[in-house]
Design a protein around this ligand. Structure first.
Ligand SMILES: NC(=O)c1ccc[n+]([C@@H]2O[C@H](COP(=O)([O-])OP(=O)(O)OC[C@H]3O[C@@H](n4cnc5c(N)ncnc54)[C@H](OP(=O)(O)O)[C@@H]3O)[C@@H](O)[C@H]2O)c1
Length: 335
């Protein structure tokens, strides 16, 4: 077990609060939260930190002196913060979902290997649990030619500001991939639309699958249709701004979520699904479990995605105690 503290950046946000809470239960006195609001951070025994300022972040790490791991629960503009951690031998867990940013951290593999630090990427629900389900489905068909991932989010959940910003920012992308009608446990048949979650860009490299696509829908059919009807309009900043404001206020639906992975190889098919409540909380739990594994010293040095780490393969089963249900489904998706 590597001793030292865990710095949870964004540690009082929707995801970060669960990370900090779970790790605080497991490692009392060793969790420090960070964010831009100094008064709030100090109230929680934490420190001020801004991920847009890598030099300031270096000073924060050096000032704390004994940080063993950093959990990134907010999206930074580039890989500067990851660099600051890995050059110091500080482990990193990143819940980010943006391809460009994860690729940037991936380029630091040599730096991490040299300093003995481990970085785990694709941590959360999507990416994260989707990557783990994709790996299972891929293995079940003996190496998939194609994987389809579907994510259903509850429109009634109070998603964090940064998560809503991320979703709206990416709405105008990936319109080229066709929608798919998919049966989701507990929700019935749903139409899901292409969405640029990073898992579909990572899995061709980590699993060797030629074609991977990720699609999104909301539990509210009406909101799903409205959201994707606005896809082209969302190229305009003013529309994105208005949409962000609406999504932060309208909570028309529940707080459940579902993810499904379908793999195909010739006429072989395999599908797995996971359902649960409160994706922000479950993302935080995934990050906390990954961090615990990191601190136990069971993960190799270097930068890896979650599906590349056998020690984390049974995470879906471990989450059963938090109401996350895993199922193997029969048959291919419709459509
Ligand atoms: N992998 C997944 O499945 C998954 C799932 C959900 C969310 N996410 C990602 O996780 C991120 C956080 O989502 P969330 O719902 O927890 O958002 P949130 O509730 O808005 O939390 C963001 C936290 O980060 C802090 N923060 C914001 N900007 C910062 C900066 N420049 N430097 C340092 N701290 C900063 C905020 O506090 P201050 O404003 O006081 O700084 C807040 O504590 C998003 O990027 C989202 O895309 C990933």
């Amino acid at each position: 077990m590597k001793l030292g503290r865990v710095l949870v950046v964004g540690g009082y946000g929707a995801v970060g609060a669960t990370v900090a809470g779970s790790l605080g239960d497991w490692f009392p006195g060793r969790v420090v939260v960070a964010g831009r609001d100094e008064a709030k951070a100090l109230r929680l025994g934490g420190v001020r930190a801004d991920v847009t300022d890598p030099d300031g972040f270096r000073r924060t790490l050096d000032g704390l002196g004994d940080v063993a791991a950093v959990v990134m629960c907010v999206e930074p503009p580039d890989a500067g913060i990851a660099h600051a951690c890995l050059e110091r031998g500080v482990h990193l867990v990143d819940i980010g979902a943006t391809r460009r940013l994860l690729d940037g951290v991936g380029e630091l593999d040599g730096l991490a290997a040299a300093s003995g630090a481990s970085a785990v990427l694709s941590v959360g629900v999507a990416p994260g649990l989707t990557n783990l389900l994709a790996r299972r489905a891929d293995e079940a068909v003996g190496g998939a030619e194609r994987i389809d991932l579907t994510v259903l989010l509850g429109a009634g959940e109070r998603h964090g500001a940064d998560a809503v910003r991320w979703t709206v920012e990416h709405l105008a992308e990936s319109a080229a991939v066709r929608p798919l009608r998919v049966e989701l446990p507990g929700y019935g048949p749903r139409t899901a639309y292409a969405f640029p979650f990073s898992d579909q860009y990572t899995l061709p490299r980590t699993l060797g699958t030629a074609q991977v696509a990720t699609r999104l829908c909301l539990d509210s059919r009406a909101l799903t249709s409205t959201l994707f009807a606005l896809r082209r309009a969302a190229r305009r900043p003013a529309v994105r701004q208005a949409l962000t404001a609406v999504l932060r206020r309208v909570h028309a639906g529940g707080d459940g979520f579902a993810v499904r992975a379908d793999a195909r190889r010739g006429d072989r098919r395999a599908a797995y699904a996971l359902t649960g409540r409160a994706q922000s909380r479950v993302t935080g739990l995934v990050a906390a479990y990954v961090t615990r594994e990191l601190l136990a010293g069971s993960l190799p040095a270097g930068v890896r995605h979650i599906e590349q780490l056998p020690a984390l393969a049974r995470l879906p089963e471990e989450l059963a105690e938090h109401g996350v249900g895993l199922q193997r489904l029969d048959g291919p998706p419709e459509g």
